[in-house]
Design a protein around this ligand. Structure first.
Ligand code: SME
Length: 173
């Protein structure tokens, strides 16, 4: 078994200050990319990212992927956290909005987001980022937090860059 990644031990659930969260993510990114170097299988990449981002993003109570399984339908993929919805149509929730628009959704207060899907009543904020392979939307990365404003725009930008680098080598089907 590999060692995973090396980061300061901080209790799961902690919301660090934004600067400390960005620093922790920046420390993790090269380690995550090294762990995935050369991998071309989408599920292997998604599962490993769910694991390593869960270690990195302490503020998350759910961290994982919804995969595009039909033209306008997502189904749950590899994740860490409590049980999530199995399917999300493009018309519903924050994940659906991300899949529909192809744009990152940074939602500091889920209660203010029309049509938010409350899978876990504790969730207060979300960040959902599109995953593209050869310009086609194939999945979304869904990050949920029980903290209001649990994710920042700076974290979103770093994660967008990570996803585009990690999925670059995957072939679309
Ligand atoms: N992020 C989802 C709901 C939570 S998941 O089932 C873990 C949404 O699109 O609102």
């Amino acid at each position: 078994m590999s060692e995973g990644i090396l980061l300061a031990k901080v209790a799961r659930g902690t919301l660090l200050a934004e600067e400390a969260r960005v620093a922790r993510l920046q420390e993790a990114l090269p380690q995550i990319e090294a762990a995935l170097a050369g991998e071309t299988d989408a599920v292997a990449i998604q599962a490993t990212l769910a694991c390593l981002l869960w270690e990195t993003l302490l503020q998350a109570n759910w961290c994982g992927f919804y995969r595009r399984v039909e033209d306008r339908m997502l189904a749950v993929g590899p994740y860490m956290g409590g049980m999530g919805c199995l399917r999300i149509p493009f018309e519903r929730g924050v994940c659906g909005a991300c899949a529909r628009t192809g744009e990152t959704q940074l939602v500091p207060d889920v209660q203010a987001f029309p049509g938010h899907i409350a899978c876990d009543g504790a969730t207060r904020s979300e960040l959902v980022i599109p995953v593209r392979v050869q310009d086609r939307l194939v999945a979304v990365l869904d990050l949920d937090s029980p903290h209001p404003a649990g994710f920042s725009a700076a974290e979103a930008r770093l994660l967008e860059q990570l996803l585009s680098r990690c999925f670059f080598q995957v072939r679309s089907r």
